[in-house]
Design a protein around this ligand. Sequence first.
Ligand SMILES: O=C(O)CCC(=O)C(=O)O
Length: 273
Amino acid sequence: MVLTDAMKAEYEDKGYVLAPKLLSAAELEVLEGALSDIGRHDGPEVKRERNGAPHVVYGMHMLDERFRALSRHPKLVAAAEELLGEHIYVHQSRVNVKQMGGAVVDWHQDFGTYHRVDGVPEPKGLMISILMDEVTACNAPLMLVPRTQHAGIVQEARVNDAAEDHDAAAKYRYDIPIETLERLIDENGLEAITGPAGSVLFMNMNVVHGSTINITPLRRVILYLNVCTVDNRGETFARPDYLAARDFSPIEPLGEDCLTRFADADAGAGAAE
Ligand SMILES: O=C(O)CCC(=O)C(=O)O
């Protein structure tokens, strides 16, 4: 068992739970290598800040074998299955880079889009959020409204005139009206997720969340593996596969060394030179 009973109870109550330092320093080092390589990737999966720096890279587990291994990490898969009680597939993955001065992420629920746009029937899924850096009150932590896993979809859809890609999937914005946000925070409070690098947040995909601008030079990268139970598949295929899964096969966990073997392979190659 990866999560204690107390952690599972916390998830049931608040809709999320943080597992401190679930990944080791050696595993984070391997992921740093993947991060640096994916930072050079140029394609439709990359959304950029105004200055051109990458803000989000979608489909990380399809672009790099180390991120693919992360999506099959035994601790992550076991913890997700402990919380959801079923096998899972990756609906969407992404790297979110909170650059100094980069974009604000407005209040939203990931499930709102997954349901309306991708046709995922129910919020039977998690955002598995891997903190690549120490997150403190200073470097724009993720802020969550507890207990909103039970709130239903509180986002309202409106046509987004500013959308560059005005196809069926991109032409709406999904915003939470301020009165709704006030009510939810009044009823449930608000929590900033802080913790050391390697910590992993398991959060129901209906939980309302957002983050402010990072005005510090302290990097804040979070890797997201957004998984659903295998019976809860997207049914519209309105978006490309790097945004919404086509592969619904249950994730088969790898061995404990699934990340560190990349470092061992590099060390072996170095020794042979
Ligand atoms: O990492 C963050 O600040 C929030 C990311 C997020 O919620 C999103 O991209 O949907």
